[in-house]
Ligand binder design. Sequence first.
Ligand code: ME8
Length: 518
Amino acid sequence: MKGRYYITTAIAYPNGVPHIGHAYEAIATDAIARFQRLDGYDVLFLTGTDEHGIKMLQTAQREGLTPAELVARNVPRFQAMVERFDISNDDFIRTTEARHKQACTELWQRMAAAGDIYLSKYSGWYSVRDEAYYAEEETTVREDGVRIGPQGTPVEWTEEESYFFRLSKYTEPLLNYYNEHPDFILPEARRNEVVSFVKGGLQDLSISRTTFDWGIPVPGDPDHIMYVWVDALNNYVTATGLLNGGGPREAYWPADLHVIGKDITRFHAVYWPAFLMSAGLPVPKRVFGHGFLFNKGEKMSKSVGNVVDPFALADAYGVDAVRYFFLREVPFGQDGSYTPEAIVNRTNADLANDLGNLAQRSLSFVAKNCEGRVPAPGAFSEADATLLAAADAMIEAAREAMKTQQIHTVLATVWAVVADANRYFAGEAPWALKKTDPERMGTVLYVTAEVIRQVAIMAQPFVPRGAAKLLDLVGVAADARGFDRLGPAGRLTPGAALPAPEPVFPRYVEPDAPAKGT
Ligand code: ME8
């Protein structure tokens, strides 16, 4: 093992059903988690749901439910989504669990013991949709007279007794941390926003509410409920057991990577490290703020009626295709747009044609002409050596890109080799060699199958189902699929028997009656 790697998604508000933004975040985080596991790390991968707060309470009231009933109804949909998309999480945390209450109580007590919590009165603007406090100068008044915060959501004037966290005390320590860890916040644009926000000076933060009781009570003063973001952020520590008396997972803290959407960068890159510094706990190594997905370029909203159901996408195109599309098409960190045509075009071209067809054609040829066994290669030509070298080099380029979570670059690297392999296969024309030079034919088929092996190993984090099938077809044992088997170390063994080839990535064809609703 190379060491531990702790990676998390944000935890979603289960105030409705999961949308494609939630699926996207889970898929991207899963790809990174799988990549690290295959690369020899001992990975802990956490996802879950953020179940407290006023937003949840108000949604429940609107639907005539208690908040507990609302979460009992909605959380299983989030768990089902995680399963549907082959997410390989090790744990699913719910902030209503007893372990979490215990960990949050401990966090609060540590921050209080550090002298960082005091009782006062809050008066200012609060956005229920963002569950966020905003300074007056961050708000504007819309044409219709409604005052809104920086994310465009309505804010309401709030005045109540509240506990405060001495965030102002952490202005300098945070700026020092950003300075010493220039890659703490990625992408760089997000980092620059955070640094300039903190440089502007930090106000102490209201961290309790008294007007409702759906949340975790403040230790020693149960009339106060912890601010939902104190509770929510601490989920990452709860899952390690560190604040629950330790245990086998405690060494995973600090997290290596929090994958979140760009709208919640401030909570993760400012409040969270400050809470941890106060509680005497190490700060996470990286926060990556991914972009937003837009349906045909438009923001998804219930009122516009363009919210895409991730289950419907998986049913229509297949899980691998949806995963591949978002990871390949959207440079990780930037916003992305999607249309049904774009999904079909991209996945038919890359998965069905370039990789699927190459595997099907070459492996059927092996089945027919090499007795279904890995052919024995002769001496390698320059073309063979060049293609094998390109395949052998994928992992180093991929590791480099993954250091900064450039998932799309990893896929571009792998599919560049797929393109090389297609050109090679067409150029070497093994079907013509069959009569003129059978030994050369065997070499070409060997090289092609070996490149398919390496491409399939590399593709596992992104298209796990198709990659596993491809690896079955080239006869790679389950324990020989790690990245340590890439390159010359794991070359296919001539003479090894192969199963009968079958298509791996089906081509998407428009059903006669188009699926409704999405
Ligand atoms: O923010 N495209 O929960 P959430 C891409 N509970 N990502 C999107 C998106 C979109 N259209 N819409 C939302 C919360 N997201 C808090 C998090 S973490 C301690 C607490 C992302 O359900 C969003 O940026 O509103 C966030 O990372 C995640 O989905 C959950 O959003």
